[in-house]
Structure formats: C-alpha cells, structure tokens
Design a binder for this molecule. Structure first.
Ligand SMILES: [Cu+2]
Length: 492
C-alpha cells in the first residue's frame, strides 16, 4: 500500500473516478441476492461517458492530505490533431496539451517543483488564485524568468473554491498558443456544492494554428493587423482534442467547468435545444443561477454551468462555436463551428437535477472608494508601428498605479478602440458595476471582464493585505504582448 493511499481522503475524488465508483457499486449490488438486473438505472451518465476528454492527473509526492506536491515540467512535445495526422511540434506541461488537471481543496497547500526544458525562458502564472505577489509568475516583479534548464518552486495555499488555470507569463501569446496551459480545480470544504450534479467534467477550451505540413503557425505571421485583431488558431480544441465526444443519457444534468485558455479567441457557445444554467463564474458560485441560451467566455474567463442534453436516443448533438462581434473581421463571413459531439446513448431518459444554489455575496462598499481612470489605447511608436497600451503608454513606459492595503478602488476602464479587450486583474477578485455604479446582478466575483469596443466598464476592487507589484492586462495575449499591460504597486 502506498503512502498516498493511506491518506485520509480530504483531497477530492476526481469526478471521472467518482463516476466509475458509482458504476462499480451498482454492478456489485445487482450481483447480490434479492438485487435483480431490473434494478433501476442510477440517475447518472453511463460509466466512461467523458473518457474522450480525460485529463492527466499529476502524481502527488506528499503524504499529507492537505498538501499536493507535484513536479511540473515545461517541455517541447508533439501534438496530433487527430490520430495519425502530421505531428505538430508544440510546447507542453508534462508532455500533454493541456497540462495536467491540478485538483485540491480550498485551504490546501500546493507545492510545484517546476522545471523549464524549453529552449527559451518562461514562468507560471496561476490565473485567478489570490496568492502572494512573489508566487504570481510575472517576470521581474514576482520572480526572475526561469531560464532554459532552470527550476523554480511555487509554494502557496489555495484560498478559494473555483476553476482556475495556469499558463506562462513570458512571451505569453506564443507560449500559450504553442500549448502551455492547464486547469486547476479547487473544491469547497463548506458543503456549498454538495447538491451539484455528480456528472461533472472540466473542459479546457482553446485553439491551435497548424499549417498543412503539420508545423505550428508562426504566431507573428499575421503581422500588425493580425496582432491588432488577435490571431486565432484554425482548430478548436476541448481538452486538447479536436471535436471530442461525450456519451450522454438524455435528460441527465451535467456540470461543465469551462475555461477559455485560447490565446486570443472568444468562445461564444450554444447547444441547440438546450440552455445553460450558469451557476458560477471566474471565482466560484454566483449569488444565484442564471439561464443563458448562449455562453460567452473571453480568453481567461471561466464558467460553471449545468446542461441537460435532451434528444432522441442514438442521435448526435453538437456544441457550437458562434461568431461573436468583438470588432472588425470578427463576424464577417465566419461560419459557426463544431466544438464537441454529444452522442445520446440508448439508455432510457433520466431526470434533470434542479439548480438549487445560493451563495451570500455582499456588495463591495464603494462609498469611500478611490476613482481610477484606465484607458485601453492604441498608439504609434517613433517608427510608425502600431502599439497598444494603457492611458497612451506601453507597458515599458507606464508608471505603476498606486494602491494602499485596505483601500477600495473603482476603476472606469474605457475602450475607444475598434476592438474589444478582455481586461484581467491578477491576484484579486472584483465586482462589476453598472453605469450607475451599482453592482451587476446577480452578484459575482470575477478576475476577467470583457470591455467591448467603444465602451466603458466599471469594476470595484478592495486590495487586501498582500503587498507588492500586481499586474493587469488585456487577455487577448497578442494585445498584452503589444504593450497593453500595467502594474499596480500595492503598499502598506
Ligand atoms: Cu485587448
């Protein structure tokens, strides 16, 4: 027996294993006397329903049930869009795209022994985690970049439940576009999600640009205009698979934990004949669920949704990508695309699970808040090249924005450009305010918000006791690399 199997199980049982357990239990019961083969099917998806999108799990090196200690290596690898297609040289965490699903409970400690086997420097940023600034993965401010062959130990407590993700913060657009991203799921310990459907799956949305000869599309090949738009890959991926299949029973409610890890692409999703019940956002559950026929995730955002596919047994349904207007050329002549198949099994229909979630979220008190104006801007440099920035300055020239521990700030984020920008703040959650300064309903915590072209969005943030340098930037990574990033200096 291994040390890890002796642990008290506070670490969550991965959802796919939990499902197999339920199936095995059912099979065991039907073998007992008095328990016939006609016993009703459990109100669950069939065993192995989500195997086509299975994610790797890291090996835990630590016997303590409250510590997940892993090795994680950024390394060149190869990728096949479909079995037998020309292999594409990519970057990966531990040889897989996406990287392994890191799963633990709120309050647990994560130790990551990171090694860089890439031919260029890199770091890891833990998107959405409220950890200390020296663990945030921003080169020069959090840590030195990790050189080729170098190592770095990340070590922190994960404070909040929710789906988060990890990716490099060096040469970000190229490195994320080459395959460096992975999901990080934090379970609550307060029982707040006990009533959620047990048929749950983490879905990492992304895309990849591949040439006919199998090579990776050069991330700079679109030139200035490509970067202004934010180049998109030509294959849509779910957990690194092109057009994967879920085997589903009609009428059974599933829980999808989605993250948009694409470097530039917005994902607007629809499942014909079904609605999404959104129960959570970037930072855990919403105050109350909302029904949506289309689900929008900008790069960096997460969604926690309940979906009940309902169709004739044996048929196929398709999760669709719909063009979304984020500026010129984003919708013109762009067809809808297939993202994922849902194959309805021959099992009799099941019973949907109602969303009975509620979370108490208090509005941030903004009566004493400092007002901060942030413009997302497009300029020309001395050579006449288009560059992007904040308040007319590129990242290299922008002085840090000051903030004090305990201070509440309201940021008015203005976008006069022709393209939308998903604005991301590192290390802190914020609430979105409407034009009148009232928090948007239902109340929610976010770390990334879409700022549509020619518009202004307001957010409220309270800076807690984690001093240091904190980054904010556009999560269209082509835009971030073109200069649309800035720093907050949080001081005592
Ligand atoms: Cu942008």
């Amino acid at each position: 027996m291994t040390a890890s199997s002796l642990k008290k199980r506070r670490k969550p049982i991965p959802c796919r294993r939990a499902n197999r357990l339920a199936a095995a239990l059912c099979a065991g019961l039907t073998g007992l006397s008095g328990c016939s083969d006609e016993a009703p099917l459990p109100n669950r998806e069939p065993p192995g329903w989500a195997d086509d999108v299975a994610l790797k799990a890291p090996v835990d090196l630590n016997a303590d049930p409250h510590i997940l200690e892993i090795n994680l290596t950024a390394t060149p690898s190869t990728f096949e869009v479909w079995s037998g297609s020309k292999p594409t040289p990519v970057y990966s965490f531990d040889g897989s795209v996406p990287g392994p699903l890191i799963e633990l409970s709120a309050g647990d400690r994560l130790i990551v022994h990171f090694k860089n086997e890439l031919p260029e420097p890199t770091t890891i940023h833990w998107h959405g985690l409220r950890i200390n600034a020296d663990m945030d993965g921003v080169p020069e401010h959090s840590q030195p970049e990790v050189p080729p062959g170098g190592t770095f130990d990340y070590d922190f407590i994960v404070p909040d439940a929710g789906l988060f993700w990890y990716h490099p913060h060096f040469n970000s657009s190229a490195q994320v576009g080459a395959g460096l991203y992975g999901p990080l799921l934090v379970r609550p310990v307060d029982g707040s999600e006990d009533a959620a459907p047990k048929d749950e799956v983490v879905l990492v949305l992304s895309d990849i640009g591949i040439n006919d000869d199998g090579s990776l599309v050069d991330p700079k090949s679109g030139g200035e205009l490509g970067a202004l738009f934010g180049s998109e890959g030509n294959f849509l991926l779910v957990n690194g698979r092109w057009l994967p299949t879920l085997k589903v029973r009609s009428g059974i409610t599933q829980r999808w934990r989605l993250v948009n890890a694409a470097r530039n692409r917005y994902f607007q999703l629809a499942l014909p004949g079904a609605k999404f019940t959104r129960i959570g956002n970037d930072a855990g559950l919403l105050e109350k669920p909302v029904e949506e026929s289309k689900l929008l995730l900008t790069p960096g955002q997460r969604a926690d949704v309940l979906v009940t596919p309902s169709a004739e047994q044996g048929t196929l349904q398709f999760l669709m990508w719909l063009p979304f207007d984020r500026g010129p050329t984003s919708t013109d002549h762009r067809p809808e695309q297939l993202v994922m198949r849902l194959h309805l099994t021959q099992d009799p229909p099941g019973q949907p699970t109602a969303a009975t979630f509620a979370r108490e979220i208090k509005p941030i008190d903004i009566t004493q808040a400092t007002q901060v104006n942030v413009g997302l801007t497009q300029m020309k440099d001395q050579d006449g090249n288009i560059v992007l920035g904040i308040n007319g300055q590129t990242y290299a020239n922008l002085p840090p924005f000051p903030a004090k521990i305990g201070e509440t700030q309201v940021w008015s984020i203005g976008n006069q450009m022709d393209w939308s920008h998903p604005f991301h703040l590192h290390g802190f959650f914020f609430q979105v305010l409407d034009e009148n300064g009232a928090p948007e309903q239902p109340l929610a915590w976010n770390d990334t918000i879409d700022v549509p072209f020619h518009s202004t969005r307001k957010i409220a943030v309270r800076f807690d006791e984690r001093p240091g340098m904190w980054m904010f930037h556009c999560h269209i990574l082509d835009h971030a690399d073109a200069g649309m990033m800035g720093m907050i200096h949080l001081m005592p």
